[in-house]
Write a protein that binds this ligand. Structure first.
Ligand code: UDP
Ligand code: MG
Length: 328
């Protein structure tokens, strides 16, 4: 028997949860018919939702014993949700997918075909169009990928998503990276392995709204750059060198003019400009340095990546206790 764990991070997904569950049950049942060796478990992560997502999980756990869940004590972000899911999954294969049906479950059978023979360790989708996304947003996204791939050793494929069908071996490799600042697009690629990219057209969310604002995405992309590249630090040094060279040339010109032509250099504006320029450069570079220091600071604290408040185990135990009490 082969167990497939389906990990689904959810944040305020009460609306799509029932739709998702119906869909995934349909697909997994079909897969069981063609592959009798397959068993499934569904591991939902509630990332501190403010709506009734957790109640939705409890209901699913009541009707389906393969449903497991973890509910966080607050919103820790999707990265933490995925980490918790991978960590608690028991399957020989693990699938990570979004709850909003933007990662169509209908891909699963084909993904399994790629992974099952050991030809690939991971099957994932890559969207070839950014339909349904604003022009500015896709422009920034494309720029991000091109910059990222220039400055980082880790290749990040444009349009690759967090929809993945992975072997246990790859999951364990991912879990062995226990960094606090998790940028999973980088992590998935950093661990290597053989990855099959399946192309597909972007689909819109089934219901609910995305939790990502433009600003949120922008910050996320900076996080990604810092997590997988130290190029900004090199830029800081480079700027320092350039400004040194410029000031050296300026100094020579000034000395030359004074010695040979006896010219006074008109003072105030030049000096102000120079001070502002150098001061600005210094602050900018210190800022970059500070960002990395802040990341290192958070890593050394080694705080937990997530904190669980409720799990299906706690819920099921409580329920059976209540039942036995009422029998008494
Ligand atoms: N998500 C999460 N925690 C968050 C934000 C999002 O677990 O803080 C989940 C969300 O419920 C969904 C997935 O991550 O299942 C992708 O989120 P969303 O659809 O909002 O992002 P998009 O598809 O627009 O990238
Ligand atoms: Mg989505």
């Amino acid at each position: 028997m082969k167990l497939v764990s389906i990990v689904v991070p959810c944040y305020n997904e009460e609306e799509v949860l029932p739709l998702f569950y119906d869909e995934i049950i349909k697909v997994t049942n079909q897969m069981k018919q063609t592959h009798s060796e397959l068993e499934f478990e569904f591991l939902f992560i509630d990332d501190g939702s403010k709506d009734k997502t957790l109640e939705g999980f409890r209901k699913l756990a009541d009707i389906d014993e393969r449903v497991r869940f973890i509910s966080f004590s607050r919103n820790f972000g999707k990265e933490a949700g995925m980490f918790a899911g991978l960590k608690n999954s028991k399957g020989d294969y693990v699938v990570v997918m979004d709850a909003d049906l933007q990662h169509p479950p209908s891909f699963l059978p084909e993904m399994y075909e790629y992974v099952k023979n050991g030809d690939y360790d991971c099957a994932t989708t890559r969207r070839v169009s950014r339909k349904g996304e604003s022009k500015i947003r896709s422009w920034f996204a494309r720029k991000f990928y091109s910059i990222m791939n220039k400055i980082s050793q880790t290749e990040i494929v444009d349009g690759a998503q967090d929809f993945r069908f992975m072997t246990r071996q790859m999951v364990d490799a991912i879990l062995s990276m226990n960094e606090y600042n998790r940028f999973s697009k980088g992590i998935f690629s950093w661990v290597g392995f053989k990855v099959k990219y399946m192309e597909y057209e972007n689909v819109e969310r089934a219901a609910g709204t995305t939790a990502w604002s433009f600003w949120g995405l922008f910050k996320y992309s900076l996080e990604g750059i810092m997590a997988f590249s130290t190029a900004p630090l090199a830029i800081a040094s480079l700027l320092g060198i350039i400004s040194c060279v410029i000031s050296f040339i300026c100094a020579i010109i000034v000395v030359f003019k004074t010695v040979f032509f006896g010219e006074d250099v008109s003072g105030f504006p030049t000096i102000m400009c120079a001070i502002f320029l150098v001061g600005g450069l210094q602050l900018f570079c210190m800022g970059i340095l500070g960002q990395y220091l802040a990341k290192a600071y958070l890593e050394t604290k080694s705080r937990p990546i997530y904190i669980a408040r409720e799990t299906d185990e706690i819920y099921r135990n409580k329920k059976s206790e209540n039942k036995s009490e009422s029998v008494k």
